[in-house]
Unconditional design. Structure first.
Length: 95
């Protein structure tokens, strides 16, 4: 069993990312509205729409994790080794 929390709960793949982001927000005692500034979004409604319509990009996810002082890591399961970490430096290099 994974040491990471699973929040799928059998509710479908379309809600997976939203549920996991909400789990991370709760983990850090933050609300979705706290993501407005890190994502450069001016209103709470725009944040709600981003989650409602599954419009979260990889860039958004990196910014959210940076805001929450977390990182995204790709791990080799065979070797139990981190291979790649995605962070805000990747956003700078992609432009």
């Amino acid at each position: 069993m994974s040491r990471y929390a699973s929040v799928l709960g059998g509710r479908g793949v379309e809600k997976m990312l939203r549920d996991k982001i909400n789990y991370l927000l709760n983990y850090r005692n933050k609300k979705q509205s706290a993501l407005q500034e890190p994502l450069g979004i001016s209103s709470r409604q725009a944040i709600n729409n981003k989650f409602r319509y599954n419009a979260v990009s990889v860039d958004d996810l990196i910014k959210m994790c940076d805001f929450l002082n977390l990182e995204i890591v790709i791990r080799d399961k065979e070797k139990n080794k981190d291979v790649i970490a995605l962070d805000t430096d990747d956003l700078k290099n992609s432009k």
